[in-house]
Structures are given as C-alpha cells and as structure tokens.
Design a protein around this ligand. Structure first.
Ligand code: ACO
Length: 434
C-alpha cells in the first residue's frame, strides 16, 4: 500500500507546563488523526482509550463509514450501489484490489475462486472429531485454524504469491467449510461443491441439497444471499477486523489470523446480535406488546436493550439496514410468506422507535442486524448459523485488511500499553506465613 496520509498541522499538548507538539494527519475524507507515536518518548505518558473510541489504529484505503450521515463506502463505492449492481465475488475483487475488475479480470478471478472450492479430504475428517451438538462457530474457528496445518508450506505472509494464494483459498473454501459445519450439526451428509454454480448458489446447494432428491437453486434466493454477503463484506476497523490485523501484525499464518477474527465475531455484541434480535421479536410475539418492550428499553434500571438498534459508529440509519429491509421483503414475497408475525412486529417497532424521543435524541437507529435475522431464517438457516454467514462474508474484508497491513511497511507489531493499578513491588511470603 502506498501511504497517502497528508500533513494537516500540529496539535499542542501541555503537561506540567511543558508543551509537546504532535503532528496532525488528514486522509481523503473524514476526521483527522493526531499522531501520538512519539508521545511516550517525549513526555513519558501514554494515551488512555479503552474501547478505542478515539483511536485510529492504522491508515487504510479500503472502507469508509460516515456514521453521522449513514454512509458506507467500499473503495469509494456506496454500499447501496454495490448491493444493487454488483456480485459478491466482484465486490470481493474490489475490496482486495482497490478497483472493480474489467471483464477479463472478473472472469479470471471467478475462475480462480471456483477452482479452489474443494477442501482436502483430511479436513473433511476433522469435522467428525466434533460433538454433534457443537456450535457451528466453534467448528468454523477450529477448522479454519486447522487449515494452517494443511498449507504450512505456502502461507508465508511476506511472500506476495503465497499471500494471494492464501486469500483465494480462504474466499473459496469458507462456503464449503460453513456448509459442512451446518450439515454436520443436523446429521446430514456433506454435499460437495458444484463449480457450475455461482458463489452464493453453490453455497445454498451445499447447505440445503440432500443426495436423495434433486435440488434447484432459486435465483431470487441466491441473489438475496449474494446481497447479504455484500452487505457484510467489510466494515473498517471493527473488533474482529482489528483482531485479524493484531494477530497478523506478529507475522502469524493467515488461516490462524482468520480463525482469530471468527472467534472475535462470535460474541453477542458483534456478530451475534441478529440472533438476539430475532429472539427478541419472537418474544414480543404480537404488535400490541411493543409499547411494553419500548418502555423496558428506556428504563435505566432494566438491562433490556432493543436488539438491532444502535451502533457505535452509525448515528443515523445504517445504510445496510435499508438494503436488508428491501431484501427481506423480496425473499418473503418469493417464498410466498404473506403473514410474517416477526416482520409485522419489526416494521411496527421500527416505526415507533424512529419517532420516540428517547431513540431520536440518542440517535438509535436500526442497524444491519435488525432485519437480517428475519431474512436468514426465511432462507432456512437456524439461528446458530447466522454468525457463520457473517464470518463467511467478512472473511473478504479480513483478508483485504490483513493484506493491506502487510503491504504497508510502516506497520509494526500491535502492542498497546496500560495504566497499571495493581500491587506495587512486594516480597514473596512463604505459605506458612500467609
Ligand atoms: N436500546 C436501548 N438503549 C440503548 C440501545 C438500545 N439498543 N443502544 C444504546 N442505548 C442507549 C444506552 O443505554 C446509552 O444511554 P445513556 O447515554 O443514557 O447511558 C446510550 O444509548 C449510548 O449507548 P452505548 O452503550 O454507550 O453505545 P455503544 O456505542 O457503546 O454501543 C451497541 C453500541 C453495543 C451496538 C448498543 O447500541 C447496543 O447494545 N445495541 C443493541 C445490540 C445490537 O443491536 N448490536 C449490533 C451492533 S451492529 C453489528 O455488530 C453488526
């Protein structure tokens, strides 16, 4: 990556009367950053920012979010335009390479990914070591991490060709592994990839086909799956992406880095929220019970939160939620689902919350997870698979960010510091005297 940050003046920091000048840098759009790298050397102080609400960990040219306006751009292109006009693989190429592919590049890329969809038979056997009731995310984490053991001779992060190979393998094999995690959990035989199908159609077939019956992929459903993958492909320096970068900063194997990202994504405050949202909509049950839940969400003494509402960065309608709402309607119409209680509750809840002063003042808008649970369950996925689908799509963002970090020669191993508040030095006390 060619570094592009520009000088934008200096900030002055005064500590005990001593002024230190800190460089300010500007990007192409968005807030500037104050460079505090030399702060400790010059002042003996660290910055303190648990949760990283005011910290840039890197320069990046991949994804931009304007949380105030509700804008999400992949390499400059608005997410709505990509969801409407692009495909997941074309978006993957864009995120990885910086530009949309021309026809030839696109065909070559699709061909490469399609030719890596198979997984080693020994990886197949790996699955049988898991308990039947293992969470599919546990299987994803273990199996993707285990790929390190299969490609240890071609996973050198400092070698450009090997890095490309690892990125292609990850994008190609994630659907095969995700589908197997699902099939294993329901006791059905694994379905091998069908390279005549598109990325999303092949994934749906591997999840839902059974050997005893013919399986036709519904193009409307495959298109919806592709859109859902596009919406989740990247989201700048979120928790799981930062985890992948941090793991990768030590020079770790790419498969191990992605396994670390999957582990982080699994948490309910990150990738697990759509499951929580769908459960909440089911718990509400009927439209007339919505006011009770709105009141609970506003009550400071009640830990209940309106799932699928609010976001650390978006202080406006999450642009992905709009596409997701449209996709939900398209899928339910295609499947002939006319009476969806959860959709009715979701739409009414959204209407009420968008007009309620509590949510308006705190800028709490629907996020991508508000509708995704409804659509994924209509597609036939159990809730335990929701985060797996997110991981499948986000792998493209993770590897693009990992690759960008390795190309940026100014990057060093990630190593934050702390403000220590534990015991100061003391002498060891023998057990007889404690
Ligand atoms: N329902 C009710 N109140 C809320 C909600 C909510 N969903 N979200 C935030 N608030 C309130 C908080 O109580 C707080 O109020 P206060 O200022 O009076 O104390 C204020 O809004 C700010 O909330 P924070 O928790 O400080 O915001 P933060 O940026 O740390 O959290 C988060 C963002 C975790 C997404 C939060 O909004 C939340 O818990 N939402 C529900 C879970 C969810 O949908 N997560 C999915 C995120 S999207 C994704 O990961 C893909």
């Amino acid at each position: 990556m060619e570094n592009k940050i520009k000088d934008a003046g200096t900030a002055k920091l005064e500590i005990d009367g001593k002024v230190t000048e800190l460089p300010i840098y500007a990007g192409s759009v968005g807030p500037n950053g104050i460079d505090v790298r030399a702060l400790y050397k010059h002042t003996g102080h660290f910055t303190f920012d648990p949760g990283y609400t005011s910290t840039c960990s890197t320069e990046s040219q991949i994804t931009y979010i304007d949380g105030g306006k509700g804008t999400l751009l992949y390499r400059g292109y608005p997410i709505e335009q990509l969801a409407e006009n692009s495909t997941f693989l074309e978006t993957a190429y864009l995120l990885m390479n910086g530009e949309l592919p021309d026809k030839q590049q696109s065909e070559a890329f699709v061909d490469t990914i399609t030719n890596h969809t198979m997984i080693h038979e020994q990886v197949e056997r790996f699955f049988h070591g898991f308990r039947r009731d293992a969470h599919p995310m546990a299987m994803m984490c273990g199996t993707i991490g285990a790929l390190s053991a299969f490609y240890h001779d071609s996973s050198d992060p400092q070698n450009n060709e090997q890095r490309d190979m690892a990125m292609h393998r990850l994008i190609a094999k994630l659907p095969t592994i995700a589908a197997r995690a699902y099939k294993y959990s329901i006791g059905q035989p694994f379905v091998y990839p069908d390279n005549s199908l598109s990325y999303s159609a092949n994934f749906l077939k591997m999840c839902f086909a059974v050997p005893a019956e013919p399986y036709e992929v519904n193009p409307v459903i495959a298109d919806a799956m592709d859109k859902i993958f596009i919406l989740h492909a990247d989201h700048e320096q979120n928790a799981s992406t930062s985890t992948v970068r941090l793991a990768g900063s030590s020079g770790a194997n790419p498969y191990a880095c992605i396994a670390a990202g999957i582990a982080c994504l699994w948490g309910p405050s990150h990738g697990g929220a759509n499951e929580a949202c769908l459960n909440m909509l089911k718990e509400i049950g009927t439209v007339d019970r919505i006011p009770e839940y709105i009141a609970r969400a506003k009550d400071k003494k009640d830990p209940f939160r309106l799932m699928g509402f609010g976001h650390r960065v978006y202080k406006n309608y999450d642009p992905r939620a709009r596409v997701m709402q449209k996709t939900t309607h398209a899928v339910l119409a295609e499947l002939g689902i006319k009476d969806s209680a959860v959709l009715d509750i979701a739409m009414e809840l959204e209407k009420i919350a968008l007009n309620d002063p509590y949510f308006v003042e705190k800028k709490l808008y629907p996020n991508v997870d508000f509708y995704s649970g409804i659509v994924l369950s209509a597609l036939g996925f159990p809730t335990s698979m929701f985060t797996v689908l997110f991981a499948l799509a986000r792998t493209v963002g993770w590897i693009s960010q990992w690759n960008e970090m390795l190309e940026d020669k100014t990057q060093r191993i990630g190593r934050p510091r702390q403000i220590y508040t534990g015991a100061t030095q003391r002498d060891y006390v023998p057990v007889s005297k404690r």
